[in-house]
Unconditional design. Structure first.
Length: 443
């Protein structure tokens, strides 16, 4: 809102004096705990989550903060606090949104876990627990305690962020321009929480808070216990989490020989206890589960005449309490039913047939749009490399399809893609040949 953006600071740091001045300014702010007034002014824009859908409940609010305030957030909470997390080993391996991991790693962890269950015939349950508005629901009291721990009790540095977030004046930008009025401000200091979509402190802070939740969850003995099939070591895992998406595992094969079976009723009861505890931990930090996006799988097996099949456990219901205190029944999915999580369609029973169909349809839509677009050859290649292939290759490493299915997947579309990528070049070649023929005739 001040009109000073990242470009100004990029130009300023080319000069040593300006760099020292900016660094000194941030140092004074961090040590005094008194932020500039313009740091408490934000600009909100609403972006489409899904292209073409402009419904208010389907849009995402992004908050644009002052550039130097966002740099402060990145340095203090994204670097200093995260260094404290890493050096002390506080980040659990279940968090795949940390540095060095990706969403595909989270999906692959789920794939391997269900493979172990299926191949060893060990019952387990998987709950897809989606948190509602994770960044916007963070309680500042709990978050500030985590920050103080990681920053060695640096109170002023934490106070700066809290003052700005709790007294923020939010202006809106729409297609009609920027608003002259705002919401928020000092009058609503007791009501504004959260970290803000667009803050460079939000992703690392959510990792820090999630680490506390997972560590507490595991210290209570909750989660899944399984044996590594290679090293025979015991694995205690809460599940696989990536930002607000969580797959919670429940199962226990400790002290079980090959003849023993886990009681399905006891497993479902333990799953309910795990879900209740995770929901309570989220609510204690200001968060909540989103029941309409949550579902669960129950994996249990039986053998009839040497043929294994899944046991029907639909007689058991998992219940969840939403943010309003209303109790909801969680939808149970069949192990063979594919669901899309973290951008990949998969099912615990193995195979990604649904995802192959999804990729095939996506390529067909892209080809039709490119045909109607009539782009030049070099732009078509750019769209292919940066748009189509970037979306098709995502999740390939987590899929468990037969090689033959993958090899035959795009045979129908390959000719259409080649025509699009080569059309301009072929057109030029044809024009050149026609010109040469005309010249020959003229001669």
């Amino acid at each position: 809102m001040s009109g000073i953006h990242n470009g100004h600071y990029k130009a300023a740091v080319q000069d040593d004096f300006s760099t020292k001045l900016l660094a000194q300014q941030l140092t004074v702010i961090a040590r005094s705990g008194v932020p500039p007034e313009n740091w408490s002014v934000g600009l909100q824009v609403m972006l489409e989550k899904i292209a073409g859908i402009c419904l208010v409940d389907k849009l995402r609010y992004i908050q644009l903060y002052e550039a130097n305030f966002n740099f402060y957030n990145q340095f203090v909470f994204g670097k200093r606090a995260m260094n404290g997390m890493s050096e002390n080993g506080f980040i659990p391996e279940e968090l795949f949104s940390q540095k060095g991991s990706t969403a595909e790693d989270a999906k692959f962890d789920k794939t391997l876990t269900t493979d172990i269950s299926r191949q060893s015939r060990r019952p387990m349950t998987i709950i897809s627990a989606d948190a509602a508005n994770c960044y916007d629901r963070v309680n500042h009291v709990i978050m500030s305690l985590v920050w103080l721990t990681l920053l060695n009790g640096n109170v002023p540095a934490v106070v700066v962020a809290l003052i700005c977030l709790q007294t923020m004046k939010f202006f809106q930008r729409t297609g009609f321009g920027e608003s002259k009025t705002f919401i928020g401000g000092k009058d609503l200091i007791k009501h504004i929480m959260g970290l803000g979509q667009g803050s460079r402190a939000a992703p690392p802070s959510w990792i820090q808070l999630s680490s506390v939740l997972i560590n507490v969850y595991k210290q209570l003995g909750l989660g899944s216990y399984m044996t590594d099939p290679i090293s025979l070591e015991e694995i205690h895992s809460a599940g696989a989490l990536f930002v607000d998406d969580a797959d919670l595992y429940t199962g226990d094969d400790r002290e079980l020989d090959t003849e023993e079976r886990t009681n399905p009723s006891e497993l479902c009861l333990q799953t309910q206890r795990n879900l209740d505890q995770w929901s309570d931990l989220l609510q204690a930090t200001g968060g909540a589960l989103k029941p309409e996006k949550c579902f669960w799988y129950s994996l249990d097996y039986k053998c009839d005449d040497g043929i294994w099949s899944y046991v029907d456990t639909s007689d058991f219901e998992l219940k969840i309490t939403n943010a309003d205190g209303e109790e909801r029944i969680l939808e149970q999915k069949n192990p063979t039913m594919s669901m899309k999580t973290l951008g990949v369609n998969d099912a615990p029973a193995g195979g990604n047939v649904a995802h192959l169909d999804y990729l095939s349809n996506k390529s067909k839509v892209w080809i039709n749009r490119m045909k109607n677009g009539h782009l030049s050859n070099h732009l078509a290649w750019m769209a292919y490399k940066l748009q189509l292939w970037a979306s098709l290759r995502y999740g390939i490493g987590t899929m468990t399809n037969d090689i033959e299915e993958a090899e035959e997947l795009f045979k129908e579309q390959e000719q259409g893609v080649l025509n699009i990528l080569d059309s301009e070049e072929r057109k030029k070649r044809t024009e050149t040949i026609a010109t040469n023929v005309w010249r020959l005739r003229f001669i």
